[in-house]
Design a binder for this molecule. Structure first.
Ligand SMILES: [Zn+2]
Length: 292
């Protein structure tokens, strides 16, 4: 048998395993091949792209696999540019009693693990703390800069990827940030921009979070590649969403943001000490020199 057929045969399955039929039923309606019209909302107008999405049972009936192709093969044949051709695997995790999905997008270098449960947890967190029952982050108004108290970006990833209650307040979902900037200036995106993340008490409902690998304000700003990459990323985000320089803040400045709000009284004065005003004054001065 040729390698391609051999792989297809062991990867694809004819149906869910009998003992998982109930758990996996949620996704049954998705099995098959779909044409999609994908809309990208960009600052200079919407872009609509034709795509295709193929869902099937996989891995001996314990999982679902889906392949996302955008633009579609037909659109590419008609001259559309090259695009993403990625894979998701979804399976039921008996131990966690939750679906786990991981998206692999090789073109953009994205590897995104998520669970539906984490979104539900984020929505109830947002209801408790902000009075808005959604996990969606739309039209963010603030960018919060952090440092990670870790030596590497992968340590940040390993802290955020498992959905564990935080050690301070023992709340779910686990903490996270949208991006992490490493010492050599590489930027990793951990969470899609349209998803809320728990990184700054009082601001998560409207703030994008950026982590920086390092142990102090001066370490982050004193690392030329890391600082330059951070400014580039923050400039792009603030220009994308029309966020003024003054609303690019350090975590330590969270309480003085006009957007700070917290429904739980005893948490109203709590924040962290990372990226304090002196460092952020310097940061904002540099950022202001990079116009949109
Ligand atoms: Zn922080």
């Amino acid at each position: 048998m040729d390698a391609r057929r051999a792989l297809c045969e062991v990867l694809a399955a004819t149906g869910p395993r009998a003992e998982l039929r109930e758990e996996l039923r949620l996704f049954s309606p998705m099995i098959g091949s779909w044409d999609m019209a994908i809309t990208f909302h960009r600052p200079d107008g919407d872009e609509v792209m034709q795509g295709e999405w193929h869902f099937g049972w996989a891995l001996d009936g314990r999982a679902l696999a889906d392949v996302w192709i955008s633009p579609s093969r037909a659109a590419r044949a008609a001259g559309a540019r090259d695009g993403e051709w990625g894979l998701s695997l979804r399976f039921w995790d008996e131990h966690r009693q939750a679906y786990r999905s991981t998206w692999h997008g090789p073109l953009r270098g994205w590897l995104i693990p998520f669970t539906a449960r984490r979104r539900a947890e984020m929505a109830s967190y947002a209801r408790r703390h902000y009075g808005v029952a959604t996990w969606r982050l739309s039209a963010p108004k603030v960018i919060v800069e952090h440092y990670s108290v870790t030596a590497t970006a992968s340590a940040v990833y390993n802290t955020f990827a498992p959905d564990r209650a935080d050690p301070e307040r023992h709340e779910l979902p686990g903490t996270c940030a949208h991006f992490v900037v490493s010492r050599d200036g590489t930027i990793f995106q951990l969470v899609p921009l349209g998803t809320m993340c728990r990184h700054a008490l009082g601001l998560n409902y409207t703030a994008i979070g950026i982590e920086h690998v390092g142990f102090s304000d001066s370490q982050v700003l004193g690392s030329p590649r890391e600082f330059a990459a951070s400014l580039r990323l923050t400039r792009w985000l603030r220009c994308l969403y029309g966020i003024p320089v003054r609303n690019v803040i350090g975590h330590a400045e969270a309480l003085s943001s006009p957007y700070h709000r917290e429904r739980i009284a005893r948490l109203r004065n709590q924040t962290h000490g990372d990226l304090a005003r002196p460092a952020m004054t310097r940061y904002r001065a540099r950022l202001a020199r990079l116009p949109c």
